[in-house]
Design a protein around this ligand. Sequence first.
Ligand code: NIG
Ligand code: FE
Length: 403
Amino acid sequence: MPSTLLKNARIATMVETADDYGMIEDGAILIENKEISWVGPAQAAPSGDTTVDCDGVLMTPGLIDCHTHLVYGGNRAREFEMRLNGVSYEEIARSGGGILSTVNATRDASENDLVTSALPRLDALLCEGVTTVEIKSGYGLDVDTECRMLRAARALQDRRPVDVVTTFLGAHAFPPEYAGDRDGYIDLVCNRSLPATAQDGLADAVDGFCEGIALSVAEMERVFDAAQALGLPIKLHAEQLSNLGGAAMAARRGALSADHIEYLDDDGVRAMAEAGTVAVLLPGAFYYLGETQKPPVEALRKKGVPIAVATDLNPGSSPVHSILSAMNMACVLFGLTPHEALCGVTRNAARTLGKPDRGEIAPGKRADLALWSAAAPGELSYPLGFNPLKAVIRAGELVRGTL
Ligand code: NIG
Ligand code: FE
């Protein structure tokens, strides 16, 4: 494959060794075989088979939304109204609404319905420079629908220029048919749903919702035993509404990430630091649920826990279809710096997905690049509702905009 040299770019490499954005002001990148083979100052650049002048554009790694639930049936606009009329998220969940209302609508949807309804949501992310997206199941809660959701998620990458990383979330809630039999449902997850998805290669990781309204720590441990026996990496929705110690349990088992973590305590922070588990902050859910307890950002920083940021795009707690807004909210609501927010949707997001081949602009990484009409990388977190994306290159190919 011929090589391409992109020159005259301001490159925010986001490499780990740099203590800022890893900026190269008058930079160039050589792309060969879908990968970055060289990056550095333009005057030292090797020559390529073709050369493109980028006209001083700002370049970052392609963005990674590492936590979404964007495949689902129906919507929950009615519950949004209920919450604003004084009914809490937990009350709605306990009365059979919430996640379970999306379960009903998702069970009624065909794979094609799920793909069709997910495409506009995915498009909203892609038009902000997302090149990799994680998508969870968890609105089926039976063997067939969990598999169907994951097949729909995988099918999206045949329809759009994006890499989809899938996560099995059968341990999201208890379905109505197992209302009085929690152990029976965990048996189903461990012995049937999870093996079925694993057998068909449908899941890249296994997640759960550890919370008073969902699974207990002990129940989650059973699911993680089954996942780890199948060789699948684990992650967890933890400490979102209360502190059950789920994040520490997941970290001690080597989890890729613990997500939400507003109620994480010092023991949880320590366990995550020791294990290298990434803290995934989801400011969209915090915002929509009117939460006031903030994740312990300062403690995470002090202990060196890597921080990622994601939309949590879902019909209930976070109908947020904008990764740039999630970055802005992480800064304004949680006090992240714009640099931390950008690390959170590039390098650290890649880590939560177990994908060391992306998230930085460096030799050997995938040539997934977002090009912006912005003077500096901090500007990506600064506005709300403004999109400065100019172009996207995925695996070395221009897939959006012009250079
Ligand atoms: O990440 N916390 C649990 N799961 C989702 C919410 C799902 C829903 O409300 O539909 C979340 O916030
Ligand atoms: Fe979530």
